[in-house]
Design a protein. Structure first.
Length: 324
């Protein structure tokens, strides 16, 4: 029997991250999404899926082919819209996709994350409470390889958590989050020069305006590690640049002290060491491999510190010399 509380929804999927991840992950994401759309309680209207890409950096024929093969429209579970853009990047594509939506709920999913079963229904269930306006899912890195085990412990995301409750949080990840459309229209991702800092800035803006952020723990997606040396270095450098720019905005003056680079590095390594001690065995590391994995974290945070130093010297040098 159809539940009257099931809202209408759209899903916005950027194709920006396809430049940095294996295309097979996008195919897996599409197949998982197709299955979940078939299995959810039917919403009040047919869901719409908006795929956006930058036609200057992504081959539109590849986008069309992958979606046709792994997300066939003949299944009648959603209306598919493939929209090329001119020079729009990650957050801009998300904003543009949301503007195309007329549904009650707008869900943002990245092209390189793979949703677990129940991901979609979990997000939709959370909106049964009319006081819930922003619902994030849980994003984690699968510790299947030595490289993945290292990143699972020290990077942005939590380890995979088997909790299934809805709880409040102070942040969210843009790769796995849903908004009531009216809220997102008022508070879209801000236009900033950062690479990925827009998400944290929006989170603080929402909280400052009395809009709670909830996390649906059972809406889990797996995220890839940085693929290849160039992206590893570029991500770390731009992570450092974002740190400086966002800290400057937070200060209200735009001024960041040079010694903050040392404290950021020191705190990151201290937290990482604690995570390795507490959770290393849980992800399959022994004392010897933990040391090697900690070396990967040391390298990443060292490059990040270099990005902070370069940005303090010249705010746009990382973006100009090492764009990603």
């Amino acid at each position: 029997m159809q539940c009257a509380l099931d809202p209408s929804f759209s899903i916005v999927i950027e194709w920006e991250n396809a430049r940095f991840a294996e295309l097979d992950r996008t195919r897996q994401m599409l197949r998982s999404l197709q299955l979940q759309l078939q299995n959810i309680r039917r919403p009040s209207t047919v869901p719409k899926i908006f795929f956006l890409y930058d036609k200057f950096t992504i081959d539109g024929n590849v986008v069309q082919q992958v979606i046709h093969e792994d997300f066939p429209a003949s299944q009648n579970v959603a209306l598919v819209h493939i929209t090329p853009s001119e020079g729009l990047r990650y957050y801009q594509q998300k904003n543009a996709g949301a503007m195309l939506s007329t549904s009650e709920i707008v869900i943002f999913l990245d092209c390189d994350v793979i949703p677990e079963p129940g991901w979609l229904q979990g997000l939709l269930d959370a909106f049964a409470d009319k006081n819930v306006n922003v619902v994030a899912g849980e994003t984690y890195i699968e510790p299947r390889t030595f490289y993945g085990r290292a990143f699972a412990l020290f990077w942005f995301f939590h380890l995979r958590d088997l909790s299934d409750d809805l709880r409040q949080s102070h942040f969210f990840h843009a790769n796995n989050v849903a908004f009531r459309r009216e809220i997102f229209q008022r508070y879209p991702f801000p236009e900033l020069s950062t690479y990925r800092g827009q998400c944290s800035v929006l989170g603080r803006t929402l909280l400052a305006n009395g809009i709670a952020i909830h996390v649906q723990m059972r809406s889990r997606v797996s995220h890839p590690c940085p693929l290849g040396i160039r992206y590893f270095v570029g991500r770390a450098l731009n992570n450092g640049r974002d740190q400086v720019l966002v800290s400057g905005m937070d200060s209200g003056t735009g001024h960041v002290l040079w010694r903050s680079v040392y404290w950021n590095f020191s705190n990151s390594m201290r937290r990482t060491w604690l995570k390795f001690r507490l959770h290393g065995r849980a992800v399959g590391l022994n004392p010897l491999t933990s040391i090697a994995a900690y070396g990967i974290a040391f390298l990443y945070f060292s490059i990040k510190a270099a990005g902070e130093v370069a940005t303090l010297a010249q705010p746009n040098i990382v973006k100009r010399i090492f764009p990603i």
